[in-house]
Design a protein around this ligand. Structure first.
Ligand code: ADE
Length: 226
């Protein structure tokens, strides 16, 4: 998978890709991520990328010209499966969407700032609009990093243990069951006995029960959706 990220603040975005699972995914060429600084595409002398909104009102609007230039250049080089705008008024991301996006070959992510982008950018170039939740960030960069993490880890071979993405919370509309590791007794706080019994079918059954119990208690809305 190739991800091109268009941003005003590439430095905000770099570190998530320089450690742990995302770093490994990039090193093993399962994913490649490129940053494009929008200012480099401005045809203004002062590298201006925003301007006042027509009709007045608070805040600045990201101009169409540098965004058009950047997206057009990328599209001339390859076909894109999705051109995504990160925005609080987009479709809220969930695991089902992440599964889908993780199967795509080439995507562009556009990070918004200020009041957002000129509507004509959304009308002419954007194929999907994604929000990571009902709250407003200072810009789309952190949202883009969250989105990239959620999809890259799902690319086959990226996670060491092939089955571990399948047992994540939300993969089957359930929260994950509780997990424990050694020691089995810490300060008298014991691990549930079943987990150290070696009885795999019983352990599986216990995990399913606990997953359902946890979901009923913490996220009953997930059960009502399906
Ligand atoms: N940009 C600002 N807030 C955002 C959010 N919640 N999701 C995606 N992009 C954003």
């Amino acid at each position: 998978m190739r991800i091109d990220i268009i941003t005003l603040f590439p430095e905000l975005l770099k570190s998530p890709f320089e450690a742990s699972i995302l770093k490994r995914a990039i090193q093993s060429k399962k994913a490649s991520v490129y940053f494009h600084n929008l200012r480099d595409f401005s045809n203004h002398k002062q590298k201006q990328v925003d301007d006042y909104p027509f009709g007045g009102g608070a805040g600045m609007v990201m101009m169409i010209q540098p965004i058009d230039q950047c997206i057009t250049l990328l599209k001339n080089e390859r076909d894109y499966d999705a051109i995504i705008y990160m925005t609080p008024d987009g479709q809220t991301l969930n695991q089902k969407n992440s599964n889908h996006y993780s199967t795509l070959e080439n995507i562009i992510l556009l990070c918004g700032h200020y009041k957002g982008v000129d509507q004509r950018v959304r009308d002419q170039f954007i194929t999907h609009e994604i929000s990571i939740g009902d709250f407003v960030l200072s810009g789309g960069e952190l949202a883009a990093a969250v989105f990239c993490d959620s999809i890259i880890r799902l690319i086959p071979g990226v996670l060491g243990d092939e089955s571990s993405a399948l047992t994540d919370s939300f993969q089957d509309d359930l929260l994950a069951p509780p997990i424990y590791t050694r020691p089995s007794n810490y300060k008298g706080w014991e691990v549930p006995e079943i987990l150290t019994s070696g009885n795999t079918p019983k352990v599986e059954q216990w995990r399913e029960e606990k997953a359902l119990e946890r979901t009923k208690e913490l996220r009953p809305d997930l059960l009502n959706e399906s």
